[in-house]
Design a protein around this ligand. Structure first.
Ligand code: 16C
Ligand code: ATP
Ligand code: CA
Length: 534
């Protein structure tokens, strides 16, 4: 053992073997770094930070292995295996393993104990998790994905779980109001964005209830929810997972949960006439995305392809919606929707924006800080009104609806697509799938906002109660223009993939209201192949 002169914890260095190859292995307990290198040329050198070690286990060596090479001379070799995160392509993580053979039992135990001590210092890792599985989400593979790909990794990492297979919609949400949440270090949902939304509503709702906050008050200062949510993607879009991890891959997500990653996330609340409707974290969309969702819900039996079918149908129908959008620009954040500053792991725009908001709170007081500033008003005819709380990247559109939207900056990107020809709208849609700028059109505007409201024209025109007007008009096409595409039938918002049937709404972004087991999308340079070969 190497003793550093300055009283730091000693470094453990040993000559071990990997099968037939001799190697030197070092554990720097101060830096939390495991390194190994070949004793002979080509002397490749690998290192893994303790924060990315999943587990260490004693390994039994069978006779066949033992009878080969120089181990023949040994009585009974001992070995241990280190399981760790290996970065593959496209932000994908895998669990890799490396087995080290030791000459005696004492040395082997010393290595196992030292590595385990280091793992015990990783205090942000969960030990006990509550897992909800939606057996009907996406391609209906949630249960299988969990059992085959995730559960074995959790057990390798000594994470215990209570698993609930949901029996109906809202099962997970309702259950979260009843369970003893203190028992758990996090909640995992296996399913799509709808399942994430359910778990989020359960946890945020429960936190507000326990703190005596009235969610119906659109101005109420909501209490941050500290129970982290892990997302095992098994849905149709998996946008929340894709935009926070970089890929919708169950193993990658399980590994982010195991290493105890934490990612704060903005959540927006949607109200109508002082009544709380819903929260959302990815997309709140009216017009095109609202109509796609409404149509696709009737076609759940088609599976994931329903969105393409309904997307095509909605594209052909080419409905537009007339109304007024008012928004409060997000002055506290340094970013803007077209600045090409992407939100990445440890994003400084998110950090600084949060600080700015906290300073404003101290200066003006909770509740009074956020209404400050000048509201802007835009009237028009829109094909789509999209408020993206995050990029909304997903396999269909790897850069998303607003590629530089930030995950935790307390703002959303409000995208207004004005009435235009079908051909122009198609050009706009296609740009979500290639490198061209989807905001570079005269009929598209984008604003970074803290709050916004939308009122449908047909409700504005009438002085009577909003609901009565709604009843009068819903379910019919525009009487004034019988052949136009102005639509009164659909008044559906797409709220993280859930339908909201109220056209007039009030939206407010709550900076970093919840947390995920994730770390955001890593910069390309750090997401190369690990262990780092030096
Ligand atoms: C020609 C190809 C154009 C392709 C354009 C692709 C743009 C795709 C943008 C996807 C943005 C997803 C935003 C995330 C929303 C989630 O919170 C939500 C819940 O999971 N998912 C959906 O609502 C699911 C929404 C799914 C929307 C699918 C839209 C498909 C449009 C197809 C239009 C075809 C026109 C073809 C004309 C020849
Ligand atoms: N056991 C169940 N039976 C029926 N519906 C359920 C059940 N469990 C959950 N749900 C509901 O199913 C809806 C859709 O589920 P989920 O989000 O997992 O899949 P998806 O819609 O295919 O994927 P995505 O949201 O990514 O498009 C959710 O709104 C959820 O409330
Ligand atoms: Ca945001």
């Amino acid at each position: 053992m190497e003793q550093p002169p300055d009283g730091r914890r000693p470094r453990l260095i040993s000559s071990l073997a990997q099968g037939q190859r001799s190697c030197e292995v070092s554990l720097d307990r101060e830096l939390g770094l495991l390194t190994w290198w070949d004793a002979q040329p080509p002397r490749r050198n690998f290192s893994v930070p303790a924060s990315e070690i999943i587990a260490v286990e004693e390994t039994k060596i069978d006779e066949k292995q033992c009878n080969s090479g120089k181990w023949q001379k040994m009585e009974k070799p001992h070995a241990f295996t280190v399981y760790y995160v290996k970065r593959a392509r496209n932000y994908c993580w895998r669990c890799n393993e490396e087995t080290f053979w030791c000459i005696d039992e004492q040395l082997c135990n010393q290595w196992i104990n030292s590595l385990k001590e280091l793992l015990d210092l990783q205090t942000s890792r969960p030990k006990h998790l509550l897992v909800y599985i939606n057996p009907y989400g996406g391609k209906q593979k949630g249960k299988r994905i969990y059992e085959q790909k995730v559960a074995p990794l959790f057990s390798l990492a000594s994470i215990s779980t209570d698993v609930i297979i949901t029996e109906h919609a809202n099962h997970a949400k309702d259950n979260l109001f009843e369970v003893n949440i203190e028992k758990y270090d996090g909640v995992v949902c296996v399913g799509g964005d709808g399942m994430v939304s359910e778990v989020m509503h359960g946890l945020i709702g429960r936190t507000q209830k326990d703190s005596g906050i009235d969610q119906n008050n659109p101005k109420a200062p909501l209490v941050q929810c500290n129970v982290r949510i892990g997302i095992i993607p098994a849905g149709s879009t998996d946008c929340i997972c894709y935009a926070t991890v970089g890929i919708n891959d169950p193993v990658t997500s399980a590994l982010h949960i195991i290493v105890g990653d934490t990612l704060p996330l903005d959540v927006s609340s949607v109200h109508h006439n002082n009544a709380f409707l819903k929260y959302y974290v990815s997309l709140l969309g009216y017009g095109f995305y609202g109509d796609v969702l409404k149509d696709s819900e009737k076609k759940r039996w088609m599976g994931t392809i329903r969105y393409d079918f309904s997307g095509f149908k909605t594209f052909l129908s080419h409905h537009y919606y007339e109304g007024t959008v008012s928004y409060l620009p997000a002055k506290h954040t340094l970013g803007s929707p077209r600045d090409k500053k992407y939100c990445r792991t440890g994003c400084c725009i998110c950090r600084q924006s949060k600080q700015q908001l906290e300073e404003q709170r101290k200066k003006y007081g909770i509740g009074r800080d956020e209404g400050r500033g000048e509201w802007k008003v835009i009237k028009g005819k829109f094909l789509a009104i999209n408020a993206a709380n995050m990029s909304c990247a997903c396999p269909r559109s790897p850069k998303g609806l607003s590629p530089t939207a930030h995950l935790a900056d307390g703002s959303a990107d409000l995208i207004l697509v004005r009435k235009c020809s079908r051909f122009d709208f198609l050009r706009y849609l296609v740009r979500h799938t290639n490198q061209d700028d989807q905001f570079d059109f005269t009929f598209v505007e984008v604003y970074r906002v803290k709050k916004f409201q939308f009122t449908s024209k047909h409700l504005e025109d009438d002085d009577s109660d909003v609901k009565d007007v709604g009843k009068k008009h819903f379910g019919q096409f525009c009487r004034d223009h019988p052949v136009c595409c102005c639509n009164l039938t659909n008044n559906t918002w797409n709220c993280d993939g859930e339908m909201l049937n109220s056209s007039t709404i009030e939206v407010r972004v709550h900076c970093q209201l919840m947390k995920l087991f994730a770390r955001g999308i890593e910069e390309k340079s750090t997401s190369n192949h690990s262990p780092i070969e030096q």
